[in-house]
Ligand binder design. Structure first.
Ligand code: GAL
Length: 377
């Protein structure tokens, strides 16, 4: 039999080792919405130098501090210092959870089970990012701290009533962010359940600048996207329904390419830059498992972001509509000074039977995982 003291000793060592590598979380009051609702902020930290902040308004990622190649930390996502900023016209979905259906639905119309639905047209002539007043980015979510083997985090939940923003069915949604204990990686896991068939396509809308939020441009960043194909769009950014090869186009990011290299040729397109859905290759990766979707590197800071997802698509948006609005610390966010890599199903899938379906039925569970991992070298 082992000596009682040695058992005690080894468990003390184990507990100390665990404590020294474990991330922790805490919450504080962030502010009040215009109609007087409280917004809480959660802070997560780990032993590899990352700090993440999340708020209950829109289940939003507001800060992501990660070290550069010399160990110097910077916040690499756009956002605001207060609730008023997040509720202002200047907020172009910074860090929010987007839904019920991220991206565009043509003319805000779709049919499901023989019934026609009309949604708000909030991006002429289309519906964008789930609606106007009660889309998932604009509501207050319940929050609870979670601890897993991977790290600590926050689980946000929200119940969207039947008919909210014109969508059918009562939808129970959860979004869980976990900051890894020993890697600078944030895992975002989504689930949803419904009591009527309804379209669901959730995503996170973080804007990244790996040199630090508020740096002038992302055109010097190098991007790789694991996609041979994309979904071409019309001049209102609605997919034509075709799936085409990126070969020989300015959209080809199969090899690491500087974002600014060819962007000029897209100046006069409807997207005014990159704003395209890529069909992820997911070679040899089973449905439901994570595949690498994109890799972004800022040559100066050496920071690298790798995006992995279970989803079939990724929207690469090069911050074309940023308009010099003032964000955190009063810094201005200029045209193309940050970019989004939004893992999701293809835009307007509900009107394209040849695209993977976004319809969730009663008894099914919507599941989506996206991991943003940061390193530097
Ligand atoms: C992106 C979308 C852009 C733009 C942006 C918000 O997800 O692809 O076209 O609407 O959100 O300003």
């Amino acid at each position: 039999m082992r000596n009682r003291h040695s058992v005690l000793f080894s468990s003390v060592i184990a507990a100390t080792l665990l404590a020294s590598t474990q991330a922790y979380g805490e919450s504080e009051h962030f502010g009040k919405t215009a109609d007087g609702q409280d917004v809480e902020v959660y802070t997560l930290k780990n032993e590899s130098g990352a700090i993440v902040k999340l708020i209950t308004l829109g289940a939003t990622l507001t800060e992501m501090h990660v070290p550069d190649k010399d160990g110097k930390s910077a916040d690499v996502v756009l956002g605001f210092d207060d609730v008023a900023g997040y509720q202002s016209e200047d907020n172009q979905y910074f860090g929010v959870t987007v839904g019920r259906v991220a991206n565009r639905i043509a003319k805000g119309k779709f049919s499901l089970n023989g019934k026609d639905y009309t949604l708000a047209v909030n991006n002429e002539p289309n519906h964008l990012h789930g609606g106007v007043k009660r889309s998932l980015d604009k509501v207050i979510w319940k929050a609870k701290e979670v601890k897993t083997k991977l790290g600590v985090g926050v689980r946000f939940t929200y119940t969207s009533p039947d008919g909210e923003e014109g969508y059918p069915g009562k939808l129970n949604v959860s979004v869980t962010y976990i900051l890894s204990n020993n890697r600078n990686s944030v895992r975002i896991s989504y689930t949803a359940k419904t009591d009527q068939p309804t379209p669901v396509n959730l995503t996170n809308h973080s804007y990244f600048n790996l040199a630090g939020a508020g740096s002038k441009t992302v055109l010097g960043h190098t991007l790789t996207i694991a996609a041979d194909k994309y979904t071409p769009t019309d001049d209102t950014l609605i997919p034509t329904g075709k799936i085409e090869s990126v070969e020989g186009t300015d959209l080809d990011f199969r090899e690491p390419t500087r974002i600014g290299k060819r962007i000029k040729s897209l100046d006069d397109t409807a997207a005014i830059g990159y704003d395209h859905n890529y069909v992820l290759t997911r070679q040899d990766v089973k449905a439901g498992e994570l595949a690498v979707a994109a890799r972004l590197r800022d040559p100066k800071s050496g920071r690298i972001l790798v995006v992995r997802t279970t989803e079939p698509g990724i929207q690469f948006y090069s911050g074309n509509f940023l308009k010099d609005q003032k964000g955190k610390g009063g810094k201005a966010y200029a045209h193309r000074s940050a970019l989004c890599l939004e893992t999701q199903h293809y835009p307007d899938s509900i009107n394209h039977p040849n695209f993977p379906s976004v319809v969730l039925k009663p008894g099914e569970t919507y599941k989506h995982v996206c991991v943003y991992s940061f390193t530097a070298k």
